[in-house]
Design a protein around this ligand. Structure first.
Ligand SMILES: O=P(O)(O)OC[C@H]1O[C@@H](O)[C@H](O)[C@@H]1O
Length: 148
């Protein structure tokens, strides 16, 4: 799977080792930056990542900012993006299985590297359920997307 990864300055220290980790799981990684801790606004990096992801059917995104919150707010403003802050393992996989989340957001000021790796692993292993109830709900999200 192609995983597009991005961070702002606050997320950079955690993003860097996660890129290597995702590659070690056998995924292709596209790292859109940041590549240092120079201040950058999270909406800018989020816009860059989500516009790439909109053209990558089946791809997923990982955004790292200070708390994950800013990036998730920004990502959810983009059509076709379903982003969630996940700082526990259950949410990391259930958000994909039930809600077809395609961008996981994590906070470098909140979680350490070892938990972040486990979160990423759970997120990437998960598949969207084929159960009708989950498909129906996500279809309703798509309707809301189309109405904006
Ligand atoms: O480094 P500063 O600007 O203090 O804080 C940036 C973080 O604050 C929140 O908006 C985001 O999580 C962002 O990563």
């Amino acid at each position: 799977m192609l995983i597009i990864v991005g961070s702002d300055h606050a997320g950079f220290p955690l993003k860097a080792p996660l890129v290597d980790y995702i590659k070690s799981l056998g995924h292709e990684v596209e790292d859109i930056g940041s590549f240092d801790e120079q201040p950058v606004d999270f909406p800018d990096i989020t816009r860059q990542l989500t516009s790439r992801l909109q053209h990558e059917q089946g791809g997923r995104g990982l955004l790292v900012c200070g708390t994950g919150v800013g990036a998730s707010i920004a990502a959810n403003k983009v059509r076709g993006i379903r982003a969630a802050v996940c700082h526990d393992i259950h949410s990391a996989h259930q958000s994909v299985e039930h809600d077809n989340v395609n961008v996981m957001c994590i906070g470098a000021q909140i979680v350490g590297l070892w938990l972040a790796k486990d979160l990423v692993s759970a997120f990437l292993k998960a598949d969207f359920s084929t159960d009708e109830e989950f498909r129906r709900r996500v279809a309703k999200l798509a309707e809301m997307d189309a109405e904006r």
